[in-house]
Design a protein around this ligand. Structure first.
Ligand code: COA
Ligand code: AMP
Length: 635
């Protein structure tokens, strides 16, 4: 473990010197003299006196260094049937022009801009244009419906929204503009302007006086490159909303300086890539993986990044990833295990791999959900390259545990997302806050402070931040993941300790789905759980009890609830199954036994909860599950 062990020890010995050293890889407008102020914020702040600009570091810096002709971004869209490349100089032109449009529409430092876009290069330009002006962007995933978008508009209060006429899914064109209009209608807070990218697949209706055509306005501004605005290292770079335990998402705040330092460090040391390499994160700009490893980290590091608008299968086949890797000479791919499960299902022998020249490809990285050993082993066998599982969260922005390829790959243990990265002292505690022996399941926590890039707070929700992350185990950040650390220091993530589920690598709140179902006029009560799914890891399933006297047909109501969740949360919720039950299993104090229902659905052994009010209810639930096709496979 030499490279890793020494580096981790160097961090342990002097964390401030470690990160001050890493900070030298960033161009500062005023370099920080202070690494960390323990008295600021909820647990301290990194680089409190540093001044910088992210767009300068991600774009202009490379052009100024003479790398303007280097490839910066490739858009590859099998669903739109188009491909486009941008050098760093071209990226600067595009970002500059859009920043000029934002500026002309009154966007200044500290203003919020919502970006609701599919996987098009303009989404990256939009993020960088905001960064250029010191504006705070908040990207909303395109698979969310208007009510979710409205919640984010209300919370972030954007001056401008940048969107597109549509996204393209393999089975349909998703009209974004009506969703945007509806969300603005629902929200009490309204943006002053919307900049809308018209795509060939669907033209959007524009609202006069409010909506601006992206191509027209940016075209007119092309040539203008406004200066990069100096911001404090502790100023927010962006807000990214992520699922919490209620329908109100958490606005995770990312600071500017610490974010850049961590991104740059991770590219070299964790992902083992060099400036000029082509790096591909097959995710979406709406998720943290897209923020960190489609947009910011590759560009900060001077790599080329791939913006892929397609799927691992069906666009057109299970060889899609190999085609992109071969065509663009990708050295490292980062995706969710579910993508590999989908590929393996369609091409179990991996024969499509042989059709492509993968000679540039060095490493596969998987994260976003638990990697089952079978998937890791299949990928190892077929690709004959290191397959690196690593673990992190929206809140941290970069790996908490992993396998630092840049420091020399450590032995891979399938099922474990590696060892703690420098910056993270990971412990496992029991519910009373006591450390547990190696190999024992418990709450996974990180000793405070979080390293650079760790969220300092939640947008507009300081108290919620404290309650969600810092209160339960004083001195630690609570990850809400449960797992173990083995004798050799490898981390294993087993489950969430809250009601978050992970569906195809997407983090979803069952609480939010329950809120939607409970709001239906005929519903008395409900529970949503995540049931094991061979492709997506988990799928949500809902149980509901109808109101006395509602007299509704159960099957009809089931369909209505499925449609309602899709309408209110979005297709991404993947909520396809609702089941009527007569009662929900509860403890005598009235707590719904969701964990027991999940074990039932997955056909796992469980201990009858001592406090269960009426054990017979479980037999009823079991019958309903069987009727809906569950409890067939041993979980
Ligand atoms: N805009 C609009 N709708 C979207 C969307 C977007 N950006 N992204 C997904 N959706 C829709 C899908 O079309 C699907 O709709 P449907 O119910 O009409 O079929 C629904 O949301 C659920 O999407 P998903 O769970 O992704 O399922 P899928 O069947 O479309 O694809 C996989 C399954 C495994 C191929 C896909 O999830 C995948 O590639 N995942 C791995 C990579 C990844 O993105 N990870 C996320 C974070 S790292
Ligand atoms: P998100 O904030 O959307 O990135 O989701 C973070 C959550 O996804 C984590 O808290 C884990 O529950 C889960 N997760 C992410 N990566 C892994 C991994 N490699 N192994 C197991 N779970 C993971």
């Amino acid at each position: 473990m030499s490279g890793y062990t020494e580096t981790y020890q160097a961090w342990l010995d002097d964390p401030e010197a470690f990160w001050m050293n890493a900070a030298q890889d960033i161009d500062w407008m005023k370099a920080p003299d202070i690494a960390f102020n323990p008295d600021a914020g909820a647990y301290g702040r990194w680089f409190p006196d540093g001044v910088c600009n992210t767009c300068w570091n991600a774009v202009d810096r490379h052009v100024a260094a003479g790398h303007g002709e280097r490839l910066a971004l490739v858009h590859d869209s099998p669903v739109a049937g188009s491909k486009q490349s941008f050098t760093y100089a071209e990226l600067q032109t595009e970002v500059g022009a859009l920043a000029q449009v934002l500026l002309a529409n009154g966007v200044v430092k500290g203003d919020r801009v919502i970006i609701y876009m599919p996987m098009v290069p303009e989404a990256i330009f939009a993020m960088l244009a905001c960064a250029r002006l010191g504006a705070i962007h908040s990207v909303v995933f395109g698979g969310f419906a208007s009510a979710e978008l409205a919640t984010r508009i209300e919370d972030a209060k954007p001056k401008v929204i940048i969107s597109a006429s549509c996204g393209i899914e393999p089975n349909r064109v998703v009209a974004y503009k009506p969703l945007l209009d509806e969300a603005i209608e629902m929200s009490e807070d309204k943006p002053e302007k919307c900049i809308v990218l018209q795509r060939d697949a669907l033209e959007a209706d524009m609202i006069s006086g409010r909506d601006l055509d992206y191509a027209e306005t940016v075209g007119a501004a092309r040539g203008a490159i406004p200066d990069c605005v100096p911001v404090k290292a502790t100023d927010p770079a962006y807000i990214l909303y992520t699922s919490g335990t209620t329908g109100q998402p958490k606005g995770v705040v990312r600071d500017t300086g610490g974010h850049m330092v961590a991104m740059k460090w991770s590219m070299e040391h964790h992902y083992g890539v060099k400036p000029g390499d082509v790096f591909w994160a097959a995710s979406d700009v709406g998720w943290v993986v897209g923020h960190s490893y489609i947009c910011y980290a590759p560009l900060l590091h001077g790599c080329a990044t791939i913006v892929y608008e397609g799927k691992p299968v069906g666009t057109p086949d299970a060889g899609a990833f190999w085609r992109v890797i071969a065509e663009h000479k990708v050295v490292a791919l980062f995706t969710a295990p579910t993508a590999f499960r989908a590929i393996r299902k369609e091409d179990p022998s991996g024969k499509l791999i042989d059709n492509y020249d993968l000679s540039h490809f060095r490493t596969l990285f998987l994260a976003g959900e638990r990697s089952d050993p079978a998937t890791i082993e299949w990928a190892q066998q077929k690709l004959k390259r290191p397959v690196i599982d690593h673990w992190w969260q929206t809140e941290t922005g970069w790996p908490m545990s992993g396998n630092p390829v840049g420091l020399g790959v450590l032995p891979v243990k399938p099922g474990s997302p590696g060892v703690p990265m420098p910056g993270y002292k990971i412990d496992v505690l029991d519910d009373a806050g006591n450390p547990v022996p190696p190999g024992t399941l418990g709450n996974i926590v990180c000793k405070l402070p979080l390293p650079p890039s760790g969220t300092p707070t939640l947008w507009n929700a300081e108290e919620r931040f404290f309650n969600a992350y810092l209160k339960d185990f004083p001195g630690y950040y609570t990850t809400s993941d449960a797992g173990i650390i083995d004798e050799e220091g490898y981390v294993f993530i087993m489950a969430r300790t809250d009601d978050i589920i992970n569906v195809a690598g997407h983090r979803l709140s069952t609480g939010a789905m329950e809120e939607v179902i409970a709001a239906h006029k005929d519903i008395a009560e409900c529970a949503v759980i995540g049931a094991a799914d061979a492709l997506k890891g988990q799928m949500p399933i809902g149980f509901f009890v109808q109101n006395d006297g509602a007299g509704r047909d159960g099957a009809e109501l089931e369909k209505e609830l499925v449609a309602l969740v899709r309408e209110k949360i979005g297709a991404v919720a993947a909520f396809k199954t609702a089941m009527e039950v007569k009662r929900l299993p509860k403890t005598r104090s009235g707590k719904v036994l969701r964990g027991t229902m999940q074990k039932l659905a997955d056909n796992q052994d469980f201990k009858m909860p001592a406090a269960i009010d009426d054990p017979a209810i479980l037999d009823e639930i079991s019958d309903v599950l069987v009727d809906h096709g569950y409890r067939k496979v041993q979980g």
